[in-house]
Design a protein around this ligand. Structure first.
Ligand SMILES: [Zn+2]
Length: 153
């Protein structure tokens, strides 16, 4: 007897990142505290369906030689294990509200958020997922099933 065909199960791709209000507040105070230097760190996440849910915020010191223009940090045991999202801020009004070409080349993480904060307070959040040859923009939400998030200026 021929066994019935079973559908192949593919892992669902991540389509969005959910950042609850308390994590967002932690990111925003860190960005404001180190302004005008770029701030950065990681969000420890859990996977629920096609969303990453941020559960914990870990800030990292900026080791870049030009910290107003770049963010760099050592990934060591301060950093949460995957699934996780790397984030950094752009504090120059001339920087893009998304990845720069340098960001695209140099961020080794699969998930990245850029927060655009040229005057200290965050004006927008944009989330990206690394693909084979480029980065794709992801949804970013404040709670499951939506919620407004300041993506655009
Ligand atoms: Zn950048």
């Amino acid at each position: 007897m021929i066994p019935p065909l079973r559908p192949l199960v593919f892992p669902q791709p991540v389509r969005g990142i959910v950042i609850p209000a308390e994590i967002r507040h932690a990111i925003e105070s860190h960005v404001a505290a180190v302004h005008p230097k770029e701030a950065g760190g990681f969000l420890a996440c859990t996977r629920q369906g096609d969303r990453l849910h941020a559960k914990r915020h870990v800030s990292l010191p900026n080791d870049a030689p030009m910290p107003r223009r770049r963010f760099s940090a050592v990934v060591d045991d301060r950093v949460p294990p995957p699934p996780r999202v790397f984030y950094h801020s752009h504090t120059s009004a001339r920087s893009p509200s998304g990845h720069t070409r340098t960001d695209e080349r140099s961020i080794p993480e699969p998930f990245s958020i850029v927060v655009f904060a040229p005057h200290g307070p965050i004006l927008s959040y944009r989330a990206f997922k690394r693909r084979l040859f480029d980065w794709r923009e992801l949804l970013i939400e404040s709670k499951t099933g939506g919620g407004r998030f300041p993506r655009q200026l």
